[in-house]
Design a protein around this ligand. Structure first.
Ligand SMILES: Cc1cc2nc3c(=O)[nH]c(=O)nc-3n(C[C@H](O)[C@H](O)[C@H](O)COP(=O)(O)OP(=O)(O)OC[C@H]3O[C@@H](n4cnc5c(N)ncnc54)[C@H](O)[C@@H]3O)c2cc1C
Length: 420
């Protein structure tokens, strides 16, 4: 709902969408607090070695460029057609943006948001009414030493992403037997196997689970590592397969990085490398770690059962939103994706194979029964992995037409004139 300035807007998470939303709010004159549990763009830093498949022009806003130019006349952004690694994106755009006068003093790093609620209202009270907005939000947050504090805000935008909250690797999305105890020893991210994590994977045997772009990236990188370290072995576990292989190619894909990873992963799955063994229709049934040998003992389930042992396990099985932050608020979640319901329904109705052809679904799909609480960015897609930064920028523009109560409000368009 519309909220006049000066009101306090709390942004949860300083990833690209949190920073861009904070910037938009600052330009409009809101007071902003950005709570970030790690460093700026912490989640992107965790896969910083991976080259992004969307060009920089899709990953930055005109407002961001205008803020950076206003801060430092000599700022030279990456070219719009450059394909940056995650780390380059942070170093050359997100970090400088976070340090501008507009954002720098509003950023609370090393602060984890634990829970958000309304001090005078329980979850089940004033159901679905705007009366709930009479009581400001209360934000419980924790610093890195474990001390807890309370913040307040009139508007909360949750952009905490999903990357830190992986799915389970077992059958049917359940934890495999033994997996919960090994949560910290199994790798759920995209390790830099040819760089900083090389010693953990070179000439060793790795189980990779999953059939998305992250799994494809991991398998392709491990196969490359095997060219230098020939005893490197990979077993790639996939539940189902398309005609072309585990990764469905996008016809005439306009993103060369994505097309090449897809083609190479499918080639490896077809038996092109003696170092990669592809197992279709199998999943992880149980896992344990043998301290004496330093190896994972696993049982794989499919038509038959198999036992094997591995030096490392990389489970690229997707991520899900952590909804504990808003469990005391009235958020209607989709029963299939765990994303906010209105957007999930719109996404379901517009299923497209290529995430590049998506559009934002309009301001109303961003609203929740809880007034003034919004979920934007990767978290707004729930378990759906197709989110792109460019969609998040559209979401920000759409959201502030509601908060700012102006249907035609578009600071990104206005900023184009500032840049020219
Ligand atoms: C390997 C890989 C490659 C990708 N390539 C692309 C690409 O080419 N193009 C593209 O558009 N997208 C790409 N993505 C998706 C990309 O990660 C998202 O588009 C983008 O990072 C989403 O931004 P976000 O701000 O919504 O969330 P995130 O970037 O995940 O940021 C969330 C932030 O919230 C913080 N946080 C989490 N919980 C809390 C809490 N409780 N309290 C405080 N802070 C918290 C996190 O530390 C993090 O900094 C890729 C993803 C992966 C994994």
């Amino acid at each position: 709902m519309a909220v006049d300035t000066p009101a306090r807007v709390a942004i949860l998470g300083a990833g690209p969408i949190g920073l861009e939303a904070a910037l938009y709010a600052r330009f409009l004159g809101y007071d902003v607090d950005i709570y970030e549990r790690g460093n700026v763009a912490e989640n992107i830093l965790r896969w910083g070695h991976v080259r992004m498949f969307s060009p920089f022009g899709m990953n930055r806003s005109t407002l961001g460029l205008a803020a950076l130019r206003a801060q430092e006349e000599g700022y030279v952004p990456p070219g719009d057609d450059e394909f940056l690694t995650g780390l380059e994106y942070v170093d050359r755009y997100l970090l400088p943006l976070s340090q501008t006068d507009l954002l720098g003093d509003h950023l609370k790093l090393g602060i984890e948001v634990v829970s958000v609620g309304r001090p005078e209202l329980l979850k089940g009270e004033a159901i679905g009414t705007e009366d709930r907005a009479d009581s400001d939000f209360r934000i419980l947050y924790r610093d890195s030493a474990g001390a807890e504090f309370i913040g307040t805000a009139e508007v909360v935008i949750d952009t905490t992403g999903v990357f830190g909250n992986p799915n389970w690797a077992g059958e049917g999305g359940l934890p495999a037997v033994g997996e919960t105890a090994l949560r910290d020893q199994i790798e759920y991210g995209v390790p830099d196997v040819t760089g900083s994590a090389r010693s953990q994977y070179a000439d060793r045997k790795t189980l990779v689970i999953g059939a998305g772009y992250s799994a494809a990236t991991t398998v392709v990188a491990l196969a490359k590592l095997a060219e230098d370290a020939p005893n490197t072995r990979v077993t790639w576990l996939v539940r189902q397969v398309t005609e072309a292989g585990p990764i469905m190619p996008i016809p005439d894909d306009r993103l060369p990085e994505r097309a090449s990873v897809t083609a190479e992963a499918n080639r490896l799955a077809s038996g092109a490398s003696a170092n990669v063994s592809f197992k279709l229709g199998m999943s992880l049934a149980s896992v344990c770690y043998d301290e004496t040998t330093g190896k994972f003992q696993v049982e794989l389930a499919g038509e038959a059962k198999e036992r094997d042992e591995f030096d490392a396990i990389v489970a690229n099985v997707g991520c899900r939103p952590d909804n504990r932050i808003y469990q005391e608020l009235q958020i209607h979640e989709c029963y299939a994706t765990s994303g906010p319901m209105k957007l999930a329904a719109a996404l379901q109705g517009s299923r497209a194979g290529d995430c590049m052809v998506q559009k934002s679904h309009g301001p109303q799909t961003l609203t929740n029964p809880e007034p003034d609480f919004y979920i934007l960015g990767a978290k707004s897609y729930g378990r759906n992995p197709n989110f792109l930064v460019s969609i998040g920028l559209e979401q920000i523009r759409d959201l502030f037409t509601i908060i700012g109560d102006r249907e035609d409000l578009d600071l990104y368009k206005t900023a184009v004139t500032l840049l020219s």
